[in-house]
Design a protein around this ligand. Structure first.
Ligand SMILES: [Fe+2]
Length: 327
């Protein structure tokens, strides 16, 4: 059996607009020409299919990421690293007070395969949910074709570092042309002079040149890893398609241009801060917030993650702070 069959994806025959409908526990997902319609035992919700597919693409590609992936103020997932919560209204004060909220926990393969099937069926020819809206077609209309290469891109996850022998490759004209917004980024490379015998152990690459060749937006890739320390740079344009709820501190280093961040309380959505990051700015996003970024021009952002598996529990039980440093 394929993984999909083992995970028992529950899908209907195509509806009047040509799209399959999907059930996962008490949740039901349906799309029409313009919208994703989500229902659960106590409520229903509608999201522009454009925003829905961009969010779904990240949740699938990042395998539910760290902490919470809010598609918007109502729908989202919480990663428990082995199981995943799918929720509606759970982190929305109004839904909680009206008792319309709902949450169900699934084994990761079950929700992963269902989400992959939704993304695959609902993404039509010409639409790339990872691309900037300026660089892709539209997701609207009745079902026409698909875009499997766009939604199954290789996810960069270096074991040591990009460019090290046997690890993720440095990008070239042949694999990754320079993006239209980064034509001014110099493409020189560091000189390497390793001692004899260490040619496979010493590596260096031009990170700016590497990022100038990214064909996706809002997609942190692991370019280096040292124990739990992960450098996850990304290029951004338009709006982060999810609202990320942290379960640990994240450091942001703005490498170029500017991003405006809306920062809210992770659990209620109450506004906490507006952060404008210009090139060279460094910020630490606390472990108890959710955040969404706006990038008016394609920019480069370095996200520095601590992948320690024990962090969420340490923070939850008060043994680790939600701040990286107290002043
Ligand atoms: Fe985050």
């Amino acid at each position: 059996m394929s993984t999909t069959e083992m995970a028992n994806v529950v899908a209907s025959a195509p509806n009047a607009d040509g799209y399959k409908e999907f059930s996962l526990g008490g949740f039901h997902f349906r799309r029409d020409e313009f919208f994703a319609h989500i229902t659960w035992p106590t409520g229903k919700h509608v999201i522009s299919v454009d925003a829905f597919l961009r969010a779904m693409q990240r949740d699938v590609a990042w395998d539910f990421f760290y902490g919470t992936v809010n598609f918007d103020g109502v729908l989202g997932t919480v990663n428990h690293y082995g199981t995943v919560d799918l929720f509606a209204g759970r982190y929305n004060d109004a839904y909680r007070k009206a008792e319309l909220d709902h949450v169900e926990n699934f084994d990761s393969p079950q929700i992963r395969e269902t989400f992959k099937a939704i993304l695959d069926d609902w993404t039509i020819e010409g639409f790339d949910p990872f691309a900037s809206p300026a660089e892709t077609g539209k997701p609207f209309g009745v079902k026409v074709g698909s875009n499997v290469p766009a939604i199954t891109r290789h996810r960069v996850t270096a074991n040591r570092m990009v460019g090290v022998t046997g690890d993720e490759k440095v990008r070239t004209d042949a694999t990754h042309p320079i993006n239209r917004m980064f034509n001014d980024v110099t493409q020189d490379a560091p000189e390497l002079h390793p001692e004899p015998g260490f040619e496979d152990e010493v590596a260096a690459f031009n990170l700016f040149a590497y990022l100038s060749r990214s064909d996706v937006t809002w997609n942190p890739s692991v370019v280096s890893q040292c124990k739990a320390s992960l450098y996850c740079p990304t290029t951004e344009e338009y709006i982060l398609p999810i609202i990320h709820g942290n379960d640990r501190v994240e450091w942001f280093v703005q490498l170029s241009d500017e991003i405006i961040w809306d920062v809210q309380d992770r659990d209620t959505g109450a506004p906490r801060a507006k952060v404008v990051m210009k090139a060279g700015d460094v910020a630490a996003m606390p472990g108890d917030i959710r955040h969404q970024g706006y990038s008016p021009k394609r920019s480069m952002l370095l996200v520095w993650e601590n992948a320690s598996a024990e962090l969420p529990e340490l923070i939850r039980t008060g043994r680790a702070s939600v701040y990286p440093v107290d002043f």
